[in-house]
Design a protein around this ligand. Structure first.
Ligand SMILES: [Zn+2]
Length: 326
């Protein structure tokens, strides 16, 4: 069913989506000057799963390189966490109603896959920073279906757009727009003078191949790898290797073992257990292994950490919202 748009909004919405193709390219080595001057910080803006937890927003991982922000996933409820970062020296300033601020920097997001725990916050990311000052379209990279999702989100909020664009509130004409690049294969998806970002395919449950991704973020001083939602698969090692910080999903092996066989089969087809993650850690040897998207399945935070410690003696943490790694 197509939604009827009001005339003004229909005009406003014309041309707001720009599908772009991405060319695969070889990463370039950062220069030694970049390496000395660059500063990379990772913030866990949301660490949750589909299971409700009042202290965990949905999946959202922020990598900040010299105050340029790169966001991975847009799960429910993470946007407000930017306020908690106000005044941090690695963050852009928050200047209300200015694009030259943290609001303007909320301008690119890389989506791992379209499960709702990873994209329920997308409408908020599209619309709220615009109200606060973003004046450029939001760049969105994601799998097939991302463009339809963003189009439908804007249609759903057409009355809000109409009201803000053509009412008495000062509003810029472009900050709510999106520029979508859909991907279906492993490839470089972003490169600028500091950062190269490569999307790589991951196997996640019954999503067909090319519909779920992890991301490898290479900055002058660090390599950060984000697994996305994935089951254990040794073919992913090539994308994990060299990670200083490996941010990987996890589920409790004890918890899964107490489920019925059909649920166990499903969980191992979609996710990675503590014991499997320990195997990955030993193979990759990251400086820091970050467990996120924790599927506790009845276990506590402490029990999950203890379970992991029983398998892995490398440096690891169980991520909480607003944890910062440098
Ligand atoms: Zn998920």
């Amino acid at each position: 069913m197509s939604l009827a748009l009001k005339p003004l909004a229909s005009l406003a919405l014309i041309g707001l989506l720009t599908a772009q193709s991405l060319q695969a390219a070889e990463p370039t080595e950062p220069t030694s000057t970049d390496r000395e001057s660059s500063n990379t910080t990772v913030v866990m803006l949301g660490t949750g799963t589909p299971i409700l937890k009042h202290d965990r927003a949905g999946q959202a991982i922020l990598v900040v390189v010299d105050k340029e922000m790169y966001l991975f996933d847009a799960g429910p409820g993470f946007v407000k966490h930017f306020d908690a970062l106000s005044g941090k020296d690695f963050m852009p300033e928050d200047i209300y109603f200015s694009n030259d601020s943290v609001y303007g920097e909320m301008n690119k997001v890389f989506i791992t896959h379209l499960d709702s725990d990873h994209v329920l916050g997308l409408p908020e990311l599209m619309l709220r920073p615009w109200i606060m000052g973003r004046s450029e379209p939001l760049k969105v990279v994601g799998p097939r279906g991302t463009e339809a999702m963003t189009t439908n989100i804007l249609e759903a909020y057409v009355d809000d757009l109409d009201h803000r664009l053509y009412g008495t509130q000062p509003a810029n004409p472009d900050g709510f727009k999106v520029s979508v690049s859909e991907i279906d294969d492993t490839q470089v998806v972003h490169r600028d003078d500091k950062v190269t970002i490569t999307a790589f395919k991951v196997p996640h449950g019954s999503w067909e191949e090319g519909m779920a991704f992890g991301y490898r973020v290479e900055t002058p001083e660090k390599t950060v790898v984000i697994s996305g939602d994935t089951r254990y698969d040794e073919s992913l090692y090539e994308h994990f290797r060299g990670a200083d910080i490996l941010i990987h999903e996890v589920m409790s092996e004890v918890g899964v073992s107490q489920q019925t066989q059909d649920w166990q089969d499903y969980m191992y087809h979609a996710h990675t257990s503590t014991q499997q993650l320990a195997e990955i850690g030993r193979e990759i040897e990251p400086e820091l292994l970050v467990m996120t998207h924790p599927l506790f399945i009845g276990q506590s935070d402490e029990q999950l950490r203890d379970e992991m410690a029983g398998y892995y003696d490398g440096n690891f943490v169980l991520a909480s919202d607003l944890d910062i790694y440098e």
